[in-house]
Design a protein around this ligand. Structure first.
Ligand code: ADP
Ligand code: ADP
Length: 227
């Protein structure tokens, strides 16, 4: 990922807010990067750009060699579905669907055939250690279990990139650590991860921290490997 001079301004009748101000940074394939910074510094806006959910006003965003800013909505949507998995603070599972059905949903959207879907869902539920709860509904699970299901849903397509927005924000520390260890494992298997977090503890699971202030990256530092 190469972001160069990315700009995003929110305009309302009364005011302009510059959310990203010539933001520039790069993330290599296979990296695990934490993005930190005070509330309002542009982290959510950045995640929306990286997730191809919103478009910048100016600047360049290259993903796997493709200049994303010149794609149309249809092309961006295809790139998103094939390459990017999302993990949210509030899990965002569908309460009316079982664990199994929640994880299967992205594969249905992708047009994957039923037999292949079943194989992949079973595999990924095993990977996140929640297979024994596959016929349960989200509300019947603990927060940590729900987030593991959400991670399974994010990776069932084998995306190259996981975007995580405060993935442990609603979890106690033991469940939070489990989710961070799961992300670490997925990263070790080759998935690039960009995670927004307020937690210095969680940032230690990453390779590098990008610190943002007022829509700019002010500092990018290596995280010392934990013993
Ligand atoms: P935003 O997404 O706009 O950065 P949040 O809604 O996540 O903000 O957080 C609201 C407020 O709580 C902010 O002031 C934020 O800094 C603080 N906050 C959120 N999560 C944490 C956390 N894990 N530790 C400390 N402060 C937090
Ligand atoms: P963070 O996630 O770091 O809290 P955001 O990306 O949410 O930061 O916000 C960056 C700035 O843009 C803030 O000043 C915020 O108030 C503003 N902003 C975010 N979304 C909108 C919006 N939809 N309309 C107007 N201003 C917005």
């Amino acid at each position: 990922i190469q972001i160069s001079n990315l700009e995003k301004v929110y305009r309302t009748d009364e005011m302009h807010t510059t959310a990203l101000n010539k933001l520039t940074f790069a993330v290599k394939k296979g990296e695990f990067v934490a993005v930190m910074g005070p509330s309002g510094c542009g982290k959510s806006t950045l995640l929306n750009m990286l997730g191809l959910l919103d478009e910048p006003d100016a600047g360049s965003f290259q993903f796997n060699g493709t200049e994303v800013t010149s794609l149309n909505e249809r092309q961006r949507s295809a790139l998103r579905k094939q390459n990017i998995g999302f993990v949210f603070q509030s899990f965002n599972l569908i309460d009316e669907l079982t664990v199994y059905e929640n994880v299967e949903l992205p594969l249905i959207y992708m047009g994957v055939k039923p037999a292949e879907r079943q194989k992949r869902v079973e595999e990924v539920l095993e990977k996140v250690k929640i297979k024994h709860r596959k016929n349960h509904y989200p509300q019947q699970l603990s927060g940590g279990q729900q987030q593991r299901v959400a991670v399974a849903r994010a990776v069932v397509n084998n995306p190259h990139l996981i975007l995580a927005d405060e993935p442990t924000g609603n979890l106690d520390s033991s469940n939070g650590n489990e989710v961070m260890e799961l992300l670490t494992e997925l990263n070790a298997q080759g998935t690039t991860i960009i995670m927004v977090t307020h937690s210095e503890h969680d940032a230690h699971y990453s390779h590098r921290v990008i610190r943002m202030m007022d829509g700019q990256a002010i500092l990018s530092s290596e995280v010392l490997a934990q013993a």
